[in-house]
Design a binder for this molecule. Structure first.
Ligand SMILES: *[C@@H]1O[C@H](CO)[C@@H](O)[C@H](O)[C@H]1NC(C)=O
Ligand SMILES: *[C@@H]1O[C@H](CO)[C@@H](O)[C@H](O)[C@H]1NC(C)=O
Ligand SMILES: *[C@@H]1O[C@H](CO)[C@@H](O)[C@H](O)[C@H]1NC(C)=O
Ligand SMILES: *[C@@H]1O[C@H](CO)[C@@H](O)[C@H](O)[C@H]1NC(C)=O
Ligand SMILES: *[C@@H]1O[C@H](CO)[C@@H](O)[C@H](O)[C@H]1NC(C)=O
Ligand SMILES: *[C@@H]1O[C@H](CO)[C@@H](O)[C@H](O)[C@H]1NC(C)=O
Ligand SMILES: *[C@@H]1O[C@H](CO)[C@@H](O)[C@H](O)[C@H]1NC(C)=O
Ligand SMILES: *[C@@H]1O[C@H](CO)[C@@H](O)[C@H](O)[C@H]1NC(C)=O
Ligand SMILES: *[C@@H]1O[C@H](CO)[C@@H](O)[C@H](O)[C@H]1NC(C)=O
Ligand SMILES: *[C@@H]1O[C@H](CO)[C@@H](O)[C@H](O)[C@H]1NC(C)=O
Length: 211
């Protein structure tokens, strides 16, 4: 009997893993977790701890009809605004027309061009020539740019936040709350003609930098 239960658990977890392995239940622990790969905020995974084997069984669900999975309350709600939905683009890099540092190139080796075509951003990634670095100030690749413009900032609330150490007010941080309660931090740069207005939490041409 015990053997049958173990086999059933193994089969269940293998099936769940094969169907979808986006949520690592070992890392997140038991509970309902948003699927981090699902930018539509519809999919989530229920992680169930199996104490006899010290493992997790995962079950994938999709939020019904018009609801979205709100990671802060770990359930589907109609009031949650999906962060990726606010710009309705596959990536949240683009917030305006222009050039943006590639948030996943911490060595400044690449950048992204954003073009708004009838309400949807088209993003094209470019790589700087060898030994040059993307300078967000000039939006050009240059050899003398010092890539290390980092300040100690760490996300504790979801949203966009000014980089107060940046005297040009062009850089800001975008914090996304994950299902496990931690945050993912993205470092963004406003297009050259605009700066980050902390009151509006967006890049505007009219903001006067006071840093
Ligand atoms: C899941 O998370 C655990 C603990 O963080 C880690 O040891 C394991 O390698 C992860 N598994 C996968 C498939 O990423
Ligand atoms: C969300 O779940 C549906 C139904 O299981 C699946 O078809 C879809 O691929 C999932 N989306 C992602 C991003 O995993
Ligand atoms: C998210 O976008 C989809 C279509 O792209 C739309 O149907 C849905 O209403 C949007 N949800 C919110 C909360 O904006
Ligand atoms: C949002 O994006 C989806 C998929 O790319 C598209 O079908 C839809 O028309 C867009 N909605 C708006 C309001 O731009
Ligand atoms: C980094 O950027 C590349 C190219 O734009 C993309 O394929 C990759 O998925 C990104 N990685 C992460 C972790 O976002
Ligand atoms: C920068 O990082 C990318 C991957 O993130 C790597 O391919 C590239 O070689 C790096 N460039 C330099 C100059 O370190
Ligand atoms: C954008 O909208 C305009 C007017 O509505 C239309 O003429 C044009 O074909 C659209 N362009 C694209 C790329 O969809
Ligand atoms: C941006 O560039 C201008 C000149 O192009 C320079 O005066 C200014 O110091 C630069 N700002 C930063 C933060 O590098
Ligand atoms: C770049 O900036 C960092 C931190 O401000 C500094 O330690 C480093 O010496 C600079 N490198 C160059 C080549 O200017
Ligand atoms: C973003 O900025 C933080 C603090 O300013 C820094 O620690 C982190 O390395 C930066 N990440 C990237 C990808 O540039």
């Amino acid at each position: 009997m015990a053997k049958q239960i173990i086999i059933a658990v193994v089969v269940l977890s293998v099936c769940a893993w094969q169907a979808h392995a986006a949520v690592n239940c070992t890392a997140t622990g038991a509970g309902r977790q948003a699927d981090p790969d699902d930018t539509t905020c519809k999919n989530y995974t229920l992680c169930v701890y199996v104490s006899s084997s010290n493992t997790y069984v995962s079950y994938d669900y999709v939020c019904p009809t018009t609801s979205f999975f709100d990671p802060s309350v770990s359930q589907c709600t109609n009031s949650y605004t999906c962060p990726a939905n606010t710009t309705n683009s596959t990536s949240s890099v683009c917030t305006a027309d222009g050039f943006f540092a590639d948030p996943n190139a911490s060595n400044c080796s690449s950048y992204i061009e954003c073009v708004n075509i009838n309400g949807t951003y088209t993003e094209t990634s470019y790589t700087c020539p060898d030994t040059t670095y993307y300078n967000p100030n000039t939006t050009l690749c240059d050899a003398s740019y010092n890539c290390t413009i980092t300040v100690p900032f760490s996300c504790d609330t979801a949203g966009r936040f000014a980089n107060t150490a940046d005297t040009s007010c062009q850089t800001y941080f975008y914090c996304v709350l994950l299902a496990d309660g931690t945050f993912t931090q993205y470092n963004y740069t406003c297009p050259s003609t605009s700066s980050f207005n902390p009151a509006l939490a967006k890049c505007t041409a009219s903001y006067t930098c006071t840093n």
